[in-house]
Design a binder for this molecule. Structure first.
Ligand code: MTE
Length: 322
């Protein structure tokens, strides 16, 4: 495979850039994209979003994240990984809001299921019975983390509607393709579209979530409008953004990062402080928006969701299935 990627593809920004320079650059990005002091849960005037059905949603008390400190809105919506719109963390907020339309939006459900077809995203939200809010930890494989209040619905509801057949063992999520608006897709080295997948029993876990919003508002484009996957016990790269296709399959899909660099990124991608990335430790994480004194914390097994998900991996060698 030809990998002519910019350094940011290979190493997290904080690992390749001296701390001081990184901090001032991040700050500059915020100034550039937000106008500093534009605090508060407001979309910028030129930012678009979609999937408007069901807002405002109600917090589900079982996932209230009471013990967690929510990351400020401005970080969640301007420090992003969305390589279709550029390599740097500040690129998606700028580049995904220059004419890329996420409304209206159609999602296709295909493959080994009884109820397949194409659905308008708002109709799909209605079919699953609306949306709710959940506060989840969000841990990137690059060793940074946030806490995000997502709006959306439990993935298992969509699966129940689709009625997968007994042959279906995996579910695959495919992101959009639009190389005219998504400048990053003009680089064919990546092999677009972005693809992710889960074992069907993982997808049916109570935590697996389809997000249509953040902070009680429709997802901004840079966060994967109008529909993205959220699996909080896994590294963030599992959370495919701006999904157009959900497919039930017998075989595991080759997810994008595994295809690009399988020795570093696997299919499972479970957060695990005992299994390091070949080039950096996964034992701790930089808390985005945590400031100088609360800037780092230990990483928890399954990102703190061991009770809900450990049984999915009973007997598996998690060093081998990373
Ligand atoms: N989905 C698509 N289509 N393209 C991407 O580049 N990046 C992934 C994931 N989903 C990505 C994607 C990575 S590496 C992470 S950490 C999360 O999205 C980031 O989500 P956030 O920007 O909302 O924090």
């Amino acid at each position: 495979m030809n990998l002519k990627f910019n350094k940011n593809w290979q190493l997290s920004e904080s690992l390749v850039t001296p701390e001081k320079e990184y901090r001032s650059r991040t700050r500059r990005d915020f100034i550039k994209t937000l106008g500093f002091g534009a605090a508060g849960a407001l979309l910028l005037p030129n930012q678009s979003s979609a999937a408007t059905e069901g807002f405002p949603s109600k917090l589900n008390p079982n996932y209230s994240g009471k013990e967690l400190k929510v990351t400020p809105f401005n970080y969640v919506t301007s420090y992003n990984n969305f390589y279709e719109f550029g390599m740097d963390k500040g690129d998606p907020v700028t580049n995904s809001n220059q004419g890329w339309k996420t409304d209206p939006w159609t999602v296709e459900i295909r493959g080994l299921a009884r109820n397949t077809g194409k659905f308008d995203v708002n109709a799909l939200v209605r079919k699953v019975g609306g949306i709710e809010q959940r506060v989840y930890r969000h841990r990137c494989v690059e060793a940074w983390s946030m806490v995000i209040p997502w709006d959306g619905f439990q993935l298992s509801k969509l699966i129940a509607l689709a009625e997968p057949t007994a042959d279906a063992k995996y579910i695959t999520f495919t992101s959009f393709e639009d190389s005219k608006n998504a400048v990053g897709q003009q680089d064919s080295n990546f092999g677009w579209p972005y693809i992710e997948g889960l074992r069907l029993d993982e997808a049916q876990n109570e935590l697996a979530f389809m997000a249509t919003g953040v902070f009680g508002k429709p997802l901004p484009n840079q966060n994967g409008a109008p529909l993205r996957l959220v699996t909080p016990w896994k590294y963030g790269f599992k959370g495919a953004k701006s999904i157009v296709l959900i497919e039930f399959t017998q075989e595991a899909p080759l997810n994008t990062w595994q295809r690009i660099r399988s020795e570093e990124y696997g299919f499972y991608a479970n957060v695990n402080p005992k299994v390091d990335h070949p080039r950096w430790s996964q034992g701790s994480e930089r808390v985005i928006g945590g400031g100088v004194f609360n800037g780092r914390q230990s990483t928890l097994m399954f990102n703190g969701y061991e009770r809900q998900v450990a049984s999915l991996y009973k007997g598996m060698d998690l060093k081998r299935y990373y």
